[in-house]
Design a protein around this ligand. Sequence first.
Ligand SMILES: C[S@@+](CC[C@H](N)C(=O)[O-])C[C@H]1O[C@@H](n2cnc3c(N)ncnc32)[C@H](O)[C@@H]1O
Length: 168
Amino acid sequence: MILELTLAILCFVLGLSLFAFVPLIFGAPFEPSRKKVLKQILDLANVKKGKRIVDLGSGDGRIVIAFAKKGTLAVGYEINPWLVLYSRRQIKKQGLKNRAKIYWRSFWNISLKDFDVVVTFQIGYIMNRLQKKLKKELKKGARVISHQWRFKNWKISEQKGKVRLYVK
Ligand SMILES: C[S@@+](CC[C@H](N)C(=O)[O-])C[C@H]1O[C@@H](n2cnc3c(N)ncnc32)[C@H](O)[C@@H]1O
């Protein structure tokens, strides 16, 4: 009985840590954007109702939720299933199911062509690859907001603290 319980706890802990480290291969580990940053992101996005926004690596869903509350259609792609479950729960709790969606999927495998605004808080070593994907897939005029990390050879249109806006 004690052995089974220990094994169950071990599997649970291993499962949790696995999903904390797996993102490192594909992007950044989880670190939520703080309130002040969230406001800077919303200000720079300057997005109208009905527009489509996506958060690449949506974490606990706070950015998707904040945009949905502004009346946009907000989507998040997240690789960590625990965070997917958590953020879906928050969306349901806040009655935003018709405007906010979280997919358990790597953002490298989705097309960005329909989005008006892309938000990203990722990690230095993926920024070149991400820039190529954004430049290839986004429509003209789409806004890209990057927290913390910048894109090389892409002119910053506006900046608030460590949040930068790029326009395709
Ligand atoms: C620094 S956190 C940012 C979370 C959220 N966007 C925010 O600003 O509060 C980065 C998130 O990206 C997720 N992530 C990393 N690589 C990913 C990938 N290839 N596809 C989807 N999510 C990914 C991580 O699991 C983590 O939750």
